[in-house]
Design a protein around this ligand. Structure first.
Ligand code: ZN
Length: 320
């Protein structure tokens, strides 16, 4: 049984840049590219298996055709989505619905997401939360374009972690790169777009003011995250978030300097992204090279495996 290595799906974005090529060495399309969907089974935007028996299949196909790889899961679609984002300019200020609202209004999953910051220019900040105390105050401030007073700016640097539950107003701003782990959903309500005009269409992008008002948590609440760190052999493991705080996923940062023999443990499969360094993944049958930008899934049949080298990994597992 082999690990499932994946090739990203890329999305051009007006706020994107070229760092997905310069940092991760990806073969990206021309122009401004904002997103690499590095582990995605989402509709037509799925990543593709790059080697082995299932080469060329999308993760979505694989999930449907080979459920045993994923421990014969309950979830009808691959439940998680991992992206690299290159914010060369600010993203629109947005909010996502929770599962109930998304099912009712959009026939999709809700979207709770999280950001682990890979790079941030000096003095960067992101938008996280708002200052309104009531829905009426939120509506009034939006109506009056009081964005500076309404939106909360949080300073940001490489290595910071943000958990972004559905209902949280948020946006990355210029000069930030993150790895984003989230529920597999594409339901985004755009609240404010800095009055920008799309170069191609000559139009402003659509806003979703009423839906944003419907789903925003008021007043804003900061999740109480305490990151726990443990050592396991040569691996320093940070639990960034886990259930019940995060109902849909477990998320870890692993810093490895040496060897780490490990296993799936209680998880049906694991999602792994290499965000720095080089090393190897060693299974009973084979050794695989790992380098910055490598993304893979450890399937259900691959119970025991070893990582070696100098690696920083971001790993996740579903709770669905
Ligand atoms: Zn978002």
């Amino acid at each position: 049984m082999e690990p499932i290595f994946l090739t990203p799906y890329f999305r051009p974005k007006i706020w994107g840049g070229r760092k997905l090529q310069t940092i991760f060495n990806y073969d990206i399309p021309e122009g401004k590219v904002g997103e690499a969907w590095i582990i995605s089974g989402y509709k037509d935007d799925a990543s593709t298996v790059s080697t082995g028996e299932f080469q060329g299949k999308t993760l979505r196909q694989l999930y449907h055709e080979q459920p045993a790889l994923f421990g014969n899961p309950q979830a009808k679609e691959f439940p998680l989505l991992v992206k690299f984002l290159d914010a060369n300019d600010s993203l629109s200020v947005q909010v996502h619905p929770d599962d109930d609202y998304a099912a009712r209004v959009e026939h999709d999953q809700g979207k709770t997401e999280s950001w682990y910051v890979l790079q941030a220019d000096p003095d960067s900040y992101l938008i996280y939360g708002h200052t309104a105390k009531t829905k009426q105050e939120l509506a009034d401030m939006i109506e009056r374009d009081e964005w500076d007073q309404l939106l909360r700016k949080v300073p940001v640097k490489a290595g910071d972690f943000f958990y972004v539950p559905a209902g949280t107003i948020h946006a990355l701003t210029k000069g930030i790169m993150v790895i984003e782990t989230q529920q597999s959903s594409d339901v985004t309500y755009r609240l404010y777009d800095y009055d920008r005009v799309d170069e191609k269409t000559g139009q402003k992008r659509e806003l979703h003011t009423q839906k944003s008002l419907d789903v925003t948590t008021v007043p804003h609440q900061d999740p109480q995250i305490t990151v726990k760190t443990t050592m396991d052999q040569a691996a320093k493991i940070k639990i960034l978030v886990e259930p019940p705080m995060s109902p849909h996923f477990y998320l870890w940062q692993v810093d490895l300097a040496g060897e780490w023999q490990t296993s799936l443990g209680e998880h049906p499969y694991l999602l792994v992204s290499v965000i720095a360094g080089t090393g190897k993944l060693i299974t009973q049958d084979e050794e695989y090279d790992l380098t910055i930008g490598t993304n893979l899934i450890i399937p259900n049949q691959l119970k025991d495996f070893t990582f070696t080298g100098d690696l920083r990994l971001v790993m996740s597992a579903p709770n669905d």
